[in-house]
Design a protein around this ligand. Structure first.
Ligand code: SAM
Length: 295
């Protein structure tokens, strides 16, 4: 961290919130970090190169933004709350005047973000995510912004464990497979509740993601893969033959697809890797195996 950026402490966060008449809402997952060590740690773990363009989702009062600006070429901050988005440039101008031109603020819902809204393609996503929409936001930006190569996000601890889980365990589910379609993910450590205002009712942790060098499958296949994943985990205690019966048209049709994909029809969703789910979607083909074989 350079001295060019004065980070926000507890008194600063309270004063800024009071100035804006801000009442943090649960609906928008508004828990603001007021600890300089935490934002420094996030910026360090993000492993940013000096030429990187960072996408920050939900900058809030600017705690993390101020730590990111010295570490990257630019920060594109996407904030849904117009009051917070409106105040951020002034906060940065006051606390990091030499870095203020690196910041672009967009008042937008990150769930609807499109590449055309951004002045340049971001290479990294770094964020203290709004927890109620953390998983869909992360999956959405990885989908629509192929320029994103890596990321470091803060989210509920148990969600981090689910997202980083591999096949075979209880924590492994549809979000783990969907994230694995895009990227390798790992837990990057816990974050204490005391660093937030207001203090959240859940534990938080950091998740590091790195996009695969080679895509898992063609983009045209992704929706088909996610549909199998959703169907398989909707009834995760059943064998795949049963869990995929509705998706395939019947248990017999499901068994045919699974055998064509070289996946044991008696196994359960939680044992399959994203590569195996991709084989199942591919084996079904565009018209489905059930055509003419429904029983
Ligand atoms: N980055 C700040 C920090 O660390 O103190 C704030 C993090 S707070 C957990 C989440 C932020 O995301 C809030 O500022 C909230 O208004 C914003 N937010 C909530 N939903 C959003 C959405 N769909 N798109 C963009 N921002 C959103």
């Amino acid at each position: 961290m350079t001295p060019d950026s004065r980070l926000l402490g507890p008194a600063d966060v309270r004063a800024l919130a009071a100035e804006l008449g801000l009442r943090p809402t649960k609906r928008l997952g508004q828990n603001f970090v007021h600890d300089a060590n935490t934002v420094r740690r996030i910026a360090r773990l993000a492993e940013l190169e000096p030429d990187e363009v960072v996408l920050e989702i939900g900058p809030g009062l600017g705690s993390l933004t101020l730590a990111l600006l010295p570490a990257a070429a630019s920060v594109l901050a996407v904030e849904i709350d117009p009051v917070l988005a409106g105040a951020l440039p002034a906060t940065v101008a006051a606390r990091a005047p030499t870095l203020a031109d690196r910041l672009t603020v967009l008042t937008e819902d990150a769930l609807r973000l499109r590449p055309e809204s951004l002045p340049r393609p971001p290479t990294a996503v770094v964020a203290n995510l709004p927890y109620n929409v953390g998983v869909p936001v992360l999956l959405h930006v990885l989908e629509v912004l192929p320029s994103l190569r890596h990321g470091l996000v803060m989210i509920q601890s148990e969600v981090v464990d689910r997202l980083a889980a591999g096949p075979g365990g209880r924590e492994y589910g549809a979000p783990s497979v969907k994230l694995a379609w895009y990227a390798a993910a790992r837990r990057a450590g816990p974050v204490p509740r005391a660093v937030f205002w207001p203090v959240p009712g859940v534990d938080s942790a950091l998740l590091s993601v790195r996009r695969h060098a080679e895509p898992t499958g063609p983009e045209a296949m992704r929706k088909a893969v996610f549909a199998v994943v959703d169907a398989a985990f909707a009834q995760r205690r059943k064998s795949l033959r049963g869990a995929l019966a509705g998706w395939a048209g019947s248990p017999v049709a499901a068994e045919q697809v699974l055998r064509a994909a070289e996946v044991d029809p008696g196994t359960r969703a939680e044992r399959l890797s994203v590569a195996e789910f991709t084989r199942i979607a591919a084996a079904r083909g565009p018209c489905g195996p059930a055509a003419g074989t429904r029983t």
